[in-house]
Write a protein that binds this ligand. Structure first.
Ligand SMILES: Cc1cc2nc3c(=O)[nH]c(=O)nc-3n(C[C@H](O)[C@H](O)[C@H](O)COP(=O)(O)OP(=O)(O)OC[C@H]3O[C@@H](n4cnc5c(N)ncnc54)[C@H](O)[C@@H]3O)c2cc1C
Length: 404
């Protein structure tokens, strides 16, 4: 049987192993984290006290055991010897016929003075989550970054009674997913939960003597804190691929079959770069996993990324964003505003097609809009009622058929 080594037991690798089944390969799985695959997305509900870690484990020892997968958990792969086709973990080498690098991302830490103080963390794994969960009610936290991760961290800590300030460099929250109006509603929602939001705020230095005590902003303000969370972006984790002299740009470069510059080595997940594109959401990684499973078995499947959508996992906040919502020549905006109900919907049309959607407060039709964006079908005939969703469309249709 062919020997397959997988480096990284993140969400993408977990999905790959589900596709492969036990009879395909003699599999060894390495993971730097001291555990197998869990649903990383669900760390936020764990932080908010809505789920336990046990509930978000997707692949446990019994799962690997039942499929004959050898696990080397808590063991980082330091080196790949491509000539000998051997990977070297801290506890010894393993030979491969095929190798998958699925090492995910590293959180980016802004190299501010004081970034290495105790109590300065990222938000990426269970250890970070536990750190935030250990804060006592009434203690203070600063989150740098008002994107998806930063806001989920802030809301989770606030739910535990921590006083949280979000420091965001840009003019409005989640600027990559939201327009200013939807972001304004989101900010009001967070402030009502007791979270302070500072936009256009430039961090200058992290203060403390061994342990973080405050964040100083460029305008001189000091924000005292017991914990500082940096949630300012991720970088593909490519150290091991780089050391093996594989083709690495911003990420590990793969072709449409997820193959790297070495035909025996494949890339998967957030560590890869595909036609110049990097990935930070799980949906395309699951597509990659399906393609790679097919290719590893000798198939010819190809990976082609599709449009993406985002939801914020903060209880009580319905927010959805998909596709392209930038203003542009030839683009039309359809808008629905209902301030008293805290509802805002914006649909963006181009050449009769829906290309983007931002929904706040009312997201029940999000998958319908997402399907329309994905399919690229002509929605000209639906234009007048598009904002009211598919329920309205079917009512209209049934009226028409009754009339006929
Ligand atoms: C709190 C949080 C919330 C999120 N919410 C969403 C969401 O709502 N929607 C969404 O689509 N996405 C979300 N994401 C992003 C999503 O979790 C990632 O896209 C996904 O987990 C990436 O999967 P991956 O397998 O590529 O990498 P990872 O899950 O990061 O796994 C990579 C694994 O490789 C291991 N590793 C790295 N280097 C080595 C080495 N040299 N040797 C051995 N092992 C190594 C790491 O320890 C890690 O366990 C969220 C992420 C976080 C942190």
């Amino acid at each position: 049987m062919e020997r397959l080594v997988v480096i990284g037991a993140g969400m993408a690798a977990g999905r790959l192993l589900e596709h492969l089944g036990s009879a395909d390969f003699d599999i060894t799985l390495f993971n730097a984290e001291p555990r197998g695959t869990y649903n990383r997305l669900m760390l936020s509900p764990v932080l908010a006290g809505e789920k336990t870690y046990g509930e978000i484990i997707t692949h446990d020892d019994a799962w690997y055991g039942a499929r004959g997968i050898t696990t080397r958990l808590g063991e980082r792969v330091e080196l790949i010897d491509r000539d000998a086709r051997v990977v070297h973990g801290a506890k010894g080498p393993v030979a491969y016929d095929k190798l998958v690098i699925a090492t995910g991302s590293d959180p980016f830490m802004i190299p501010l003075p004081g970034h290495d103080l105790a109590g300065v963390i990222a938000y990426r794994d269970l250890e970070d989550t536990k750190c935030m969960m250990s804060l006592k009610p009434g203690s203070r936290a600063v989150v740098i970054g008002g994107g998806l991760l930063g806001l989920e961290a802030a809301a989770g800590m606030a739910a535990r009674g921590v006083q949280v300030t979000v420091v965001h460099l840009m003019g409005h929250l989640m600027e990559r997913q939201l327009d200013p109006e939807a972001a304004g509603l989101l900010q009001a929602f967070l402030e009502a939960k007791g979270i302070e939001v500072l936009s256009e705020a430039h961090s200058e230095a992290i203060l403390g003597d061994g342990q973080v005590e405050a964040l100083r902003l460029k305008d001189g303000r000091e924000l005292p804190c017991d914990l500082l969370v940096m949630a300012v972006g991720i970088r593909p984790s490519v150290a091991v691929a780089q050391a093996a002299e594989l083709d690495v740009a911003r990420g590990l470069v793969v072709d449409d079959h997820m193959r790297t510059s070495d035909p025996a080595i494949f890339g998967l997940g957030e560590c890869v770069e595909h036609h110049g594109q990097l990935f930070g959401l799980v949906a395309p990684l699951y597509e990659q996993a399906a393609v790679l499973a097919n290719v590893l078995r000798g198939g010819t499947a190809t990976f082609a990324p599709k449009p993406l959508s985002t939801k914020l996992k903060v209880t009580g906040c319905d927010l959805f964003s998909a596709g392209d919502f930038a203003e542009g020549e030839g683009r039309q905006n359809l808008l629905l505003r209902d301030p008293s109900a805290q509802v805002y919907k914006r649909l963006i049309l181009e050449q009769g097609r829906l290309i983007g959607a931002v929904l706040y407060g009312e997201t029940t039709d999000s998958s319908w809009y997402f399907d329309l964006i994905e399919s690229g079908e002509d929605v000209t005939a639906l234009r007048d009622t598009l904002l009211f969703g598919p329920g309205y469309e079917s009512t209209e249709l049934s009226r028409c058929s009754l009339a006929a």
